[in-house]
Structures are given as structure tokens and as C-alpha cells.
Design a protein around this ligand. Structure first.
Ligand code: SF4
Ligand code: SF4
Length: 502
């Protein structure tokens, strides 16, 4: 195993890190198998486990904790808090304490402010009394060693956040699919001494599922496109650790072999250069080189074109329980957009002026104008814009309801509710959230209490809005009987929609 210093933290992390959200807990002995898999990784030299309260319903933390306790040597582990849901310092501090309790550990080495979407959100999270202060308190008390962040924000936003000096480490999505776009992030991290962990090195599963398309990643001696993609990430000296969510011993061993041979800097540079060159040889692919920058309409062309690449892939990302092929393509485009920069357009009117400047500069000679028109058409048909969310809510709430309920608790409802508040800032209704997860009953989400669904008829809301994408149909089937008692039940999503949050 190879190790590199993690920024200025004084810690050296292994090249491979264990991601804990893909364990197969449904199988017989699933929990113990996951612990054993993690322990085997540790035995082979892995010393970094990335986990979160949000993975596998809290089981991932328990697995990580168990592995750390049984490891018999120092293994670094994470705790996470999302500053959008754990808004206050107290909520963030409590989250850290709850996670440590769940893992059965006295401390975690790395706290990660989880899934920061942009610079403005980060600044809100670091206001006095907000989430960041909770992490500072935990650090003072020795519950954590370092404050880090994971981001799904644009490279510009990530760089601005790094320059605030508030984070010691950073986890970003980085793969052969987005090399050039995130290069400035890598350079800035190195310049500022901020440690870098990368996730989604296999493009969210796209690389192993499209081995033919990605065969160009393989160099002499590489076992597979997936193994080569991991080696390619680690070939960047700014990256300390490459995360991989493994489910079997075979996958672990393949990953370990990818990191077993140490490359010197000339070999690494050659690997990066050859992969980048082959990537640019693929007809019709945007490489993210950024030569098209400077659009007079303010369009971030490289980001849109990189997302459009996803149309050429199959499988990979989760299917969100949808089957229609065109819808799945739309989901893939929007998913990639979110991975790259959390972009959602204000509306679906195509902003392109068709001046043609970008096409004359494009190194790949892409039909950018046509592709942008296609992307905006797809945004429209799949309701992917802020205007669509607002219009949906305007229609649903054309009547003034006394009691309004959302189903279910979490970030999705939070996002929908934030648009509701923008639309109806003076609404005096009583709000409720219902959720089947009993652990959430009595907790507060965005100032609204989460209730046991058995209290639905007692509370008797006028309307229940199903603000959930994946399980929308199932939830509706479960609760439609309440319509007979006069409760209006509305699904916020219709059949062609893509998720509004990934
Ligand atoms: S053609 Fe459209 S996308 Fe390209 S530079 Fe002009 S306005 Fe921007
Ligand atoms: S110039 Fe072409 S290949 Fe390069 S980022 Fe722009 S659209 Fe992509």
C-alpha cells in the first residue's frame, strides 16, 4: 500500500480508502461480511474509512466502528453532518456525538461538512452559531481532529471555499470523466496544503459498466478499465486517497492490486497524458478542456457538454426505480450536472444566442449549439428547472390550506419546502412532516416536527404532498386510503420528471 500526507494534518493516508455505502446488507451475514471485508482492507494497509450516518440507514457507521475496534491498529474514520439539515452548531455537534455513539468510538479523526453545494451555502454554514461552530466545539473537545468538507459544487465555488482557510481536507468527485474541469481544484488544494480525497473515481459505476467505451483508460499491465481508472486518479500527486465502495473480496483485491505498484512521477505523468489524449480522441465527447469559455450569454458550456457526455453511457448510476430509456438518459444528464456543479437552470428557455463563438473554439468540434438546445428541451420535458418547481407548487397550493403535510423527512422535502417558503412567505398554515422511519419521529426538519404516520387522521391535514422522488408511487399506494377521509394527497412529481436533488 502506498501512503501520502493528507494536506497539513500531519496524517498519512493510504492510497485506497474504503467507501461504506455499497455493502450488501440484505444478504445472509451481510453485516459481519461487511466488517470482515473492511478488516481485510485494513490488514492490507488501508487506513481510511469514509462513512456517514446517512449510509445504509446508520448500519455503515456501525460496520466502520466495529472494524476500527477490531483492527488492532490505527485506522482513520469520518463523521459527517449536512449543514443544510443540521443547521445550528448544536445540531451539528449532536450529530457528531450521535455518530460516535453509533460507531462505539470515542473520536473520529475527520469531520466532514457533507455535500456542500455552493459557496453561499458554505458561508451560511460558517456563520456564528451555524453548523461549522458545532464542529469547532467537537474539535476543541477532542471528538474530532480535523474539519473537512465534501463538495458537489462548481470548481470556482470549491476554490473560493478553500481560500476561506476553514477546511483542512476536501472530498470531491473526480474521475476520467471530468479531468480538466477539476484540475484547478487540484492545483489550489496543493498550493494551500489542503488534503484531497476523491470519490466517484469510477464515474458512479459508469466505467465498469461501459468497459468498451472506457477501454482507453487501460494502460499496459492494468487489469481492467475500473482498476485503471483508480490508478489514473492516484497518478495525480495532489490526491491523497481514492475512495472505492467495495462489496466483495474480489473487488477489494482488484482495487488493492491497482494500488500495489508504485509509479514514479514520470510514469504517472505519462499515464495521465495518454488517458487524456485518448479521451480527446473519442468522437463527440467533451473533454472539459474549457477552450469554449467566455460565452456572451453566460452559459457554462463545458459543464453542460460534460453532462451531455452521459447520453453515451448505459447503466452506472442508480436507476431511481424508473425504466423509460429516454427518462433514464435525462436522469443521467442531470445527475452528471449535479456531480459537476449542482446546476439547475432558473427556467427552460434556451439562453444560447447562437453566436457560434464556442463552436469555433471547441477542440472537439462539437455541435455545441445543437446540444445546448437538446439539453434545454430535455430539462423542459423532465421538469428540471426552478420554474418547474415553483409552477408545481403554485398549482398544488392554489387553495389556502390550514394544515399542510409533507411526506417524507429529509433533504428532498427541505428543498421543496424552501421553494414553498419563497413562493408563499406569509403563509400562516400549520406544517407537518410524516415519515415511516420511527427513528425520525419527534425530530425536527426545517422547523417542522416529524410525525408518526399513525397520527395522520388525528392531525388530519388538508393536504399531504409526497415530496419524494424514488418512492413516490409506493408512498401514494400506502396512503391513498386517507383520501376517503377528505385528505388531499398529491405527488409532487409526475411520470417524466427527473429528481430535483441527487
Ligand atoms: S453559441 Fe451559444 S453557447 Fe456558444 S458562445 Fe454563443 S451564446 Fe454561448
Ligand atoms: S472546448 Fe469543446 S471539448 Fe473543450 S470543454 Fe468546451 S465543449 Fe468541451
Amino acid at each position: 500500500m502506498q501512503y501520502r500526507p493528507f494536506g497539513k494534518t500531519g496524517k498519512k493516508l493510504s492510497a485506497l480508502g474504503v467507501g461504506t455505502m455499497r455493502f450488501k446488507l440484505g444478504e445472509e451475514n451481510g453485516f459481519e461480511n461487511a466488517v470482515q471485508l473492511t478488516l481485510e482492507a485494513v490488514k492490507q494497509g488501508v487506513n481510511y474509512i469514509d462513512t456517514s450516518f446517512g449510509y445504509l440507514g446508520g448500519q455503515a457507521e456501525k460496520i466502520a466502528g466495529e472494524a476500527v475496534k477490531r483492527a488492532g491498529k490505527e485506522v482513520y474514520v469520518t463523521v459527517k453532518s449536512n449543514g443544510l439539515t443540521d443547521v445550528s452548531a448544536d445540531a451539528c455537534y449532536k450529530r457528531i456525538c450521535d455518530s460516535l455513539k453509533n460507531m462505539g468510538l470515542p473520536k473520529a479523526h475527520f469531520f466532514i461538512l457533507w455535500t456542500v453545494l455552493n459557496y453561499d451555502d458554505f458561508m451560511k454554514m460558517t456563520l456564528p452559531g451555524a453548523a461549522y461552530d458545532g464542529a469547532v466545539r467537537a474539535k476543541k473537545e477532542g471528538l474530532i481532529d480535523h474539519i473537512c468538507m465534501s463538495a458537489h459544487a462548481s470548481p470556482e465555488n470549491i476554490i473560493k471555499i478553500m481560500r476561506t482557510g476553514k477546511i483542512e481536507g476536501l472530498t470531491i468527485s473526480y474521475s476520467v470523466l471530468t479531468p480538466h474541469i477539476f484540475e484547478p481544484v487540484l492545483q489550489t488544494a496543493a498550493e494551500l496544503g489542503i488534503g484531497l480525497v476523491t470519490m466517484n473515481s469510477l464515474g458512479g459505476g459508469l466505467i465498469p459498466q461501459n468497459p468498451g467505451l472506457f477501454s482507453f483508460v487501460k494502460q499496459d499491465g492494468d487489469e481492467s478499465a475500473a482498476a485503471a481508472a483508480l490508478s489514473w486518479s492516484y497518478a495525480h500527486p495532489q490526491i491523497t486517497t481514492v475512495l472505492s465502495g467495495m462489496t466483495t473480496l474480489d473487488e477489494l483485491n482488484e482495487n488493492l492490486r491497482a494500488f500495489s505498484k508504485s509509479e514514479n512521477s514520470a510514469e504517472s505523468e505519462k499515464r495521465i497524458a495518454e488517458v487524456n489524449k485518448s479521451f480527446s480522441d473519442i468522437t463527440g465527447f467533451c473533454t472539459g478542456c474549457g477552450y469554449c469559455a467566455g460565452c456572451p450569454a453566460g452559459i457554462d458550456i463545458a459543464v453542460l457538454m460534460q453532462a451531455f457526455n452521459a447520453i453515451k453511457f448505459t447503466g452506472g448510476i442508480m436507476d431511481y426505480r424508473r425504466k423509460d430509456e429516454r427518462l433514464l438518459e435525462n436522469i443521467r444528464i442531470c445527475y452528471r450536472l449535479n456531480m459537476i456543479s449542482s446546476f439547475m437552470p432558473p427556467d427552460t428557455k434556451n439562453p444560447c444566442l447562437q453566436c457560434g463563438e464556442c463552436e469555433s473554439k471547441c477542440t472537439q468540434h462539437l455541435p455545441i449549439i445543437k446540444r445546448i438546445a437538446e439539453i434545454y428541451k430535455r430539462f423542459d420535458e423532465s421538469a428540471y428547472s426552478e420554474k418547474h418547481i415553483m409552477d408545481r407548487l403554485r398549482n398544488i397550493f392554489s387553495v389556502n390550506y390550514e394544515k399542510i403535510a409533507f411526506w417524507s423527512a429529509g433533504l428532498y422535502t427541505k428543498k421543496v419546502f424552501s421553494y414553498f417558503q419563497k413562493l408563499f412567505p406569509n403563509q400562516k398554515s400549520d406544517f407537518f412532516i410524516f415519515d415511516k422511519n420511527e427513528k425520525l419521529w419527534g425530530t425536527v426538519c426545517d422547523g417542522i416536527r416529524v410525525e408518526n404516520p399513525s397520527k395522520l387522521l388525528e392531525i388530519k391535514p388538508n393536504i399531504v404532498v409526497i415530496s419524494n422522488y424514488i418512492y413516490s408511487e409506493e408512498i401514494y399506494r400506502d396512503i391513498k386510503q386517507y383520501e376517503n377521509s377528505g385528505v388531499r394527497i398529491v405527488k409532487i412529481h409526475t411520470g417524466n420528471d427527473v429528481p430535483w436533488l441527487f
